[in-house]
Design a binder for this molecule. Sequence first.
Ligand SMILES: Nc1ncnc2c1ncn2[C@@H]1O[C@H](COP(=O)(O)OP(=O)(O)OP(=O)(O)O)[C@@H](O)[C@H]1O
Ligand SMILES: [Zn+2]
Length: 721
Amino acid sequence: MNRVRLLVFNPVLNVLDYRVPDGMATPLGALVVAPLGPRQVLGIVWEPDQLEGEAVADSRLRPLLEVLPVPPIPAPLRRLIEWTADYYCAPLNAVARMMLGPMAALRGGGTATEYRLTGVEPARLTPQRAAALDALQGEQASIRELAELASVSDGVLRGMVSAGMLEAVTVDLDRPYPRANPKHAAPDLSDEQAAAADTFVAAVRDGGFQPFLLDGVTGSGKTECYFEAVAEALNTGKQVLVLLPEIALTENFLRRFEARFGVPPVLWHSGLKQSERRRAWRAIVAGQAQVVVGARSALFLPYARLGLIVVDEAHEVSFKQDDGVRYNARDVAVIRARFEGIPVILASATPALESLQLAESGVYRKIDLPSRFGGAELPDIQIVDLRSEAPERGHWLSPRLVRELKLRLERGEQSLLFLNRRGYAPLTLCRHCGYRFQCPNCTAWLVEHRLSRRLACHHCGHEVPVPDACPECHTPDCLVACGPGVERIADEVAEIMPDARVAIVTSDTLNTPEKIGEFVAAAEEKLIDVIVGTQLVTKGYHFPELTLVGVVDADLGLEGGDLRAAERTYQQVAQVAGRAGRGEKPGEVLIQTRHPEATVIAALAAGDRDAFYAAEAEARRDAGAPPFGRWAAIIVSSEDEAEARDAARAIGGTRPNLPDVMILGPAPAPLSLLRGRYRYRLLINARRSAQLQDVIRQWLGGLKFPPGVRVGVDIDPYSFV
Ligand SMILES: Nc1ncnc2c1ncn2[C@@H]1O[C@H](COP(=O)(O)OP(=O)(O)OP(=O)(O)O)[C@@H](O)[C@H]1O
Ligand SMILES: [Zn+2]
């Protein structure tokens, strides 16, 4: 009898065996539907010896129901899924789920129904219909998605369909994407760029696993260089995956891609409409999608003919996923390239110490672009010691920074002020009784957002309107904002330069592709004088008229328990500094700090990257920290505080005693309450020789917890809160 072993998508069961009905073809990797009790379950045909399962007698096997009409998951991707599950101590089917598209896409292409405005506008409108009419100009999507866009109920939109204001459109989900043209607008590369590009092109042409670290200063044209490798993949009919750290950057990338290749790339991220998602997934598995640009979730998709992976801004911590499967897309991208036998390019102006170390030890091949394109110079960097050059009371911009800002405004040049804090003020308190606004679900202060007149938790999204009186002592008009966020800095700019056109750039203000597009266009057309932004504007953007960058508080990132705080501060400040002087005019950077003597600040001031990395490497070596030693975290949480504490203690009490593994904790997490769950942490610091994952699996495998307790393992953690 013909039997198969399946990896199934079920929270409790992972592996099940089935009988294959006569005449059904079930190659390895096939996606199938199988009966499970009275229900059905989705599964993937897997190598039986790779999946541990209970041996079931032939006679007890139930037959598979159907094979889904999509190509089987290729072997290299199956191996990647196994590797990822094993390395990150995650369930195999949770990892495998990341390669699946929407269920509807697995069932076949076909069509979807979407709706759009017809142009019919009755003379009298309900307020909801008027709002929808406004919000839905130029949009086309399902009723559900349109309702979300317009913030009205589905019912309102259904009514508009009946009234002839919205019409149904049938969308063909298998309509092909337009073909990119590798010769559309090929640039003239500098000698330095051409050398780098030739290396990448040869690697794509020859195939085979080759990891590159493209280490080029800000504005050196890293994108142009790897675009040549993309062009080579297009010439040879291979697919390319470009990973970007944030959706916000895709808009900018898209414009550049289209300018170079004549058509936009295929996008993949959480913001896609259902129909776009279905279409993209099907084009990816069919090999029709030539270049896919996405956030980390694009990494596990079943590309039919992958020929190159690029990870841009590869140092970014947002490549690390911190919920569900806790994996690092930068690292897994390299592993995927290895299984696929293809080149991978990690591009950055400020590589992670881990990546530099791998380059130094010869695992990655390092390609350098040491100078800016077109003769632009790197900006001049100055330190403002806030202890001797203090801003006025209740202000945050030092006199020197204010002078430079005014000078730029006079000259018609642009400035950028960087502060990595959204909203108006990070803490609000009552002047009368000292009451502080805190999130009920998290160990966190509520952040005032003056633009939306709300107090918001940046961890769980909890929001309340700003009250008129203190909720504790009921004194009216007694609330004080403590500390600055970008909105407050923007107010300060407006106060000192009333004529300046100021743009606030954060994930609150630039939350759709349209808004990002408008911002970029406005900045390029010089309709903005001062940009005040969070880390969102520190990378990827190229505004030639921008000549001044002010770092409002360089010490901010050094606070808190982040074990990579110095490196992250270095990267952020170097990246934002890199936005200055990219055109013909030279750039200047002012870094405000209270700790000019700190190694990272001194290195930034001296423009001495090597000195910073050397000192940081030394410190990490001493601490046994990555890349010299290894870390892992165990995070225990429950809605019940005692339950969480007991579970953490039970884990602590059974800790293994090994010479090459040190275990710290359990201790309450810095964010000891998050989204209503009480949290405890353990930190494991291991020598490279230790079999870290095996140790953790054995340790936790023997323990049982109440159903309300979650125990998460974070291998190579980036977050310590
Ligand atoms: N060979 C070239 N021909 C024409 N323009 C180029 C060339 N190389 C780079 N440029 C332009 O120079 C600017 C900087 O290049 P790019 O944005 O690729 O740099 P980068 O290395 O990615 O910088 P960052 O790390 O700061 O984002 C871009 O506007 C780009 O189009
Ligand atoms: Zn909260």
